[in-house]
Design a protein around this ligand. Structure first.
Ligand SMILES: [Zn+2]
Ligand SMILES: [Zn+2]
Length: 197
């Protein structure tokens, strides 16, 4: 136990749910937050490092009290998926990415509501990639941005599906042609020699 006083303050305002074992916080909560997953309980603490008081989520406060402050970038996550729960046995420490992946797996991420990227591609299944910071990105758009760097015109860069091996597209006309292995080798060579394909 790192902070008995904080621990006791947390225990003052809980109701134990016998069926789940959750310690449900009954005090203040971030109820105004737009995403249900964010409606954590909250409590004012004095940060030992800065000696300033601030409001933090109660499940985080419980982690502080029992284990001490987690390292920067570490999230306190719920194994029970219950934002109001402060049972230390229902909490685990993960990176922001772990937390997002966990939420996506459990279909609980608020951005899960976002079904399309800003260019209107479906954000689903194989078109989704999750980066280290925990955000979901549209693969079609990632490919489009790369293609624009390679000189593709914008409308084609974002709309053309990946070309199967052995096919190339004329970037100006958008016409796709098959390419013999010999021609492919020659193009690769001229690329690596710094020439324009
Ligand atoms: Zn719980
Ligand atoms: Zn997209």
């Amino acid at each position: 136990m790192k902070d008995r006083k904080l621990y006791d303050r947390l225990l003052e305002k809980i109701v134990i749910d016998e069926s789940t074992g959750c310690w449900n916080w009954t005090g203040y909560a971030f109820d105004k937050r737009p995403y249900p997953g964010n409606r954590y309980g909250c409590i004012g603490i004095r940060d030992p490092e800065t000696n300033k008081s601030r409001t933090i989520a109660t499940h985080r406060a419980m982690w502080f009290a029992v284990h001490g402050k987690p390292a920067a970038g570490q999230c306190v996550c719920h194994s029970c998926d219950n934002p109001k729960c402060v049972n230390p046995n229902h909490l685990w420490l993960g990176s922001r990415r772990d937390n997002t992946m966990d939420m996506i797996k459990k279909n609980r991420h608020h951005l899960k509501k976002k079904t399309h990227c800003k260019r209107g591609h479906l954000l689903y299944g194989v078109n989704v990639m999750v980066t280290a910071d925990g955000y979901r990105h549209c693969k079609i758009c990632e490919r489009g941005r790369l293609r624009m760097r390679w000189g593709w015109p914008e409308d084609l860069a974002f709309s053309v599906a990946p070309l199967p091996l052995g096919h190339v597209m004329n970037k100006k006309t958008g016409v796709v042609i098959t390419e013999s292995p010999k021609a492919r080798m020659a193009r690769k060579r001229s690329h690596s020699a710094g020439g324009e394909a």
